[in-house]
Design a protein around this ligand. Structure first.
Ligand SMILES: [Fe+2]
Length: 268
């Protein structure tokens, strides 16, 4: 499998969430991704409890992939989900009711943006990791609880969580707090992925330009804040390892003293 550039978080499946309304817009999104140089995307529709389950998502991903192949569009679309944190997650994953990312051990979990930190979250992460899964927290920089208390994020990292930052956060789409938190996380070398989290693609030429500019802005910031090596891991090595279901080349060492010092000095 030759992966050039892969997006691990996007809403490209039609009619399933707040992503594209129909197949036409899904195809437009695929064209945008191809124009940006992506070869692979993981479709991650929002899942709250079992609003739509694993089988539905796998079937719709296959339909989208078949259509793109028929149209000669060389974008590989893989199944996944962005699952909202809830206390039943370990059971739902155990019963295979929810999709993992490309049928691997990796799972993408989001927290409600403005809610306080759920007291059951640590237990859920502990159980998921015990089950052999690798939880990835979707855009923690946008969650008020993590913006205000970096220590909460540190607890989940200690349980084995990886972090995915949204490209839009670095560009300023979600406000100053999200942007500043994203930058601090990148400086702490604690970010494993930057993803587009693209939801729609208006049928406008200007959208292609906006996306390209956003991608370049984010890319430059990652290089400045996480260094050349960090850039390479975040955009290439880590997504590649995820899709192939192998461990990340560089795992975090949350107990490491210099890491803890740096993290605590940057995040409140
Ligand atoms: Fe999302």
């Amino acid at each position: 499998m030759n992966i050039e550039l892969a997006d691990i978080h996007c809403h490209i499946l039609p009619g399933m969430d707040d992503g594209p309304a129909g197949m036409g817009e899904t195809v437009e999104m695929a064209r945008v991704y191809l124009s940006l140089g992506y070869s692979h995307v993981i479709a991650t529709p929002h899942v709250e409890n079992i609003f739509h389950g694993r089988e539905d998502i796998h079937a719709l991903t296959d339909r989208v992939q078949d259509l793109l192949l028929d149209m000669g569009l060389p974008l590989t679309v893989l199944p996944g989900a962005e699952v909202l944190m809830n206390p039943d997650l370990p059971r739902l994953f155990q019963e295979k009711a929810l999709p993992t990312l490309n049928r691997t051990r990796y799972v993408l979990i989001e927290f409600p943006i403005f809610d306080p930190f759920p007291d059951y979250a640590e237990g859920v992460f502990f159980q998921l990791v015990t089950q052999g899964l690798i939880p990835i927290i979707a855009h923690p920089e946008r969650n008020r609880c993590f913006q205000q208390q970096g220590e909460l994020l540190l607890r989940l990292i200690n349980h084995g969580a990886l972090l995915q930052v949204d490209q839009g956060s670095l560009v300023g789409t979600y406000g100053e707090e999200a942007q500043e938190t994203a930058r601090r996380l990148l400086r702490t070398s604690v970010v494993s992925f930057v993803a587009s989290n693209m939801h729609r693609a208006p049928f406008k030429r200007s959208y292609y330009r906006t996306q390209r500019e956003g991608m370049l802005t984010a890319w430059n910031q990652v290089r400045r804040l996480a260094g050349r090596k960090g850039l390479d891991e975040i955009y290439f090595t880590n997504p590649d390892a995820l899709i192939k279901n192998i461990p990340m080349a560089v795992m975090l060492e949350p107990q490491n003293e210099s890491f803890l010092k740096k993290f605590r000095s940057l995040l409140p």
